[in-house]
Design a protein around this ligand. Sequence first.
Ligand code: FES
Length: 138
Amino acid sequence: MLKDHLKLHKRVILYTQIMPTIRFAREGRDVNCQIGENLREVALREGLELYGFKGKIGNCGGYGQCRTCTISIESGGSKSLSPTTQVESDLLKKSPKNWRLACQALVQGSAVVLTRPQSPPKDLKKLIDIANSVKLPN
Ligand code: FES
């Protein structure tokens, strides 16, 4: 019985090790998700404030038309999310290179992200430093 429990525990550890973690720096939350999950859906599922005022009043529902679901990737590398879509390239062409549209991005690995980078918090640097001080699992 104890052996079975140990096997199960090892399987759970292995499973959680292959699940990417999205660390939402502003909210101070780590969220495990499946590879291929849509980042907008992950944030909404977790009840996080993905949208600012304008996005709350009216967003396109994840169809890549409003630009209100912008996030920035603060660490984790370019392979943490699916490649930039043409929609993102068009809508974010004047934005910093690390900005993405959450509705267009699929999770492929762990990353630290900042929601609503267009309205950064006063203590942005401190938040990012804290988020990056703990190693991401994958
Ligand atoms: S929700 Fe409108 S562009 Fe992402």
